[in-house]
Structure formats: C-alpha cells, structure tokens
Design a protein around this ligand. Structure first.
Ligand code: SAM
Length: 198
C-alpha cells in the first residue's frame, strides 16, 4: 500500500460519508508536524488520536514520541479501521465513536491520558453534541494534559466561533495557532489546556 492508496481510500470514504469525514484529503505533512510538535517528546506519555482516518498524522506522532510512550488511535468508520490495521499494524486502533471515549479507553485498560489530538470535523457537529464530546475528552485527560484539534480555515466562521466557545467552556486555556497554509485545506490548531471538571 502506498500514499496513493491512502488518498484513494480517504476520497472514497469522504464521498460516501461526507459529514463524517469532513475533509477532501488526508492531512499533509506540514500540519501533521505542527500537531505532533505539541506532544511531549520525552517520558512515557499516553497519547490518543481521535479520527485517525488513513493514518496521515501517525508517522509524525510516532516519530515525536519517545520509546516508552503509548499511542492509541480512535476511528469510527469500519473501512478506515481496516485500512489502518492493514497499513499500520504497529498502531493500536480502537474502533468506536469519539463520543464514547471514556468507555473506549476504560475497555482498553487505559488510564488518564497526557495528550489527545483530533482532526474530527467539529464544525459539522452541533454545539450541544460538541460539548458532550468535549466533556468526555476533558474527563479522560490528566490535569496537566493537552488537547489539540485541527480546524480548517474553510469552515464557516460562525461554526468556528461556536467551536471556540465550546472549547473555552471545557478548558481553562484555548490558544489558536497561526494558520498552516501548506495544507489542503489550510488549517490552524486550537491547543487547549486545563481541562475543567464538567
Ligand atoms: C478530517 S478526517 C481526518 C483523518 C486523519 N486524521 C487525517 O488527518 O487525515 C476525520 C476523521 O475522523 C473520523 N471521525 C469523524 N467523527 C468521528 C467520531 N465521532 N469518532 C471517531 N472518528 C470519527 C472520520 O471517519 C475521519 O476518519
């Protein structure tokens, strides 16, 4: 399998389930490097990726982490889960809904998480559902943990403002990075710390 296979699989699933996939192409290496740079580079952190797709973030994330780190990926779409398991047998993939994160991690025997990265299509999710999902994310993070999510510059500004409000209701600190223009579509990160007890 090749990067071309990844793109073809991604596009097929995006055409079949546009609201779930929420992007025309896998994340590019510049944005993947930016999201990986937020993760701890030393120690033995537990890192969870939400919405792993065809695994576009996985090489940058695994390269960032030290050998003792634990890295798990959550993906809802069954075809993408099969693709990930075939393409990246070293990656611990949990098939399920990010909305059920606490239960998914408890079933996998995973305790508090040090970092969660997400490329979920948040701006396509209604605010009430966003907040419920974010509450689950905050509940699984260690107090010193960090949650980072990609948001595209092509998303409707009103939806991005709603997302930001949901993030600010869930975390004590929410920082938006500069845009990463070398990505399709151009995107930025929200880096969130200080999970509140929801
Ligand atoms: C924009 S794609 C990003 C894929 C990949 N991480 C990348 O950067 O190229 C969003 C991914 O999130 C997955 N997804 C969407 N909603 C989800 C949910 N509630 N739980 C788990 N995965 C979800 C989709 O199936 C898709 O693979």
């Amino acid at each position: 399998m090749t990067a071309w296979t990844d793109h073809r699989t991604f596009l097929r699933r995006a055409l079949r389930r546009p609201a779930l996939i929420g992007a025309p192409a896998p994340t590019g290496p510049t944005l993947a490097a930016a999201i990986a740079a937020v993760l701890p580079a030393t120690g033995a952190p537990t890192v969870v990726e939400l919405g792993a797709g065809t695994g576009a973030l996985a090489p940058a994330i695994s390269a960032r982490l030290a050998p003792g780190a634990r890295y798990l990926a959550v993906e809802l779409d069954a075809e993408l889960v099969a693709h990930l398991r075939h393409r990246m047998p070293w990656l611990h993939v949990l098939q399920g809904d990010a909305a059920d994160l606490p239960a998914l991690l408890a079933n996998a025997g995973v305790g508090p998480v040090d970092a969660i990265v997400s490329s979920l299509p948040w701006t396509l999710v209604p605010p009430q559902q966003q907040r419920e999902m974010l509450a689950g994310i905050a509940a699984t993070l260690a107090p010193s943990g960090v949650f980072t999510t990609i948001t595209t510059l092509t998303a409707l500004p009103t939806r991005v403002r709603e997302l930001r409000r949901s993030l600010e209701a869930t975390f004590g600190e929410v920082v938006a990075t500069e845009p990463v223009w070398r990505n399709v579509p151009p995107s930025r990160l929200f880096v969130c710390r200080g999970p509140r007890a929801c």
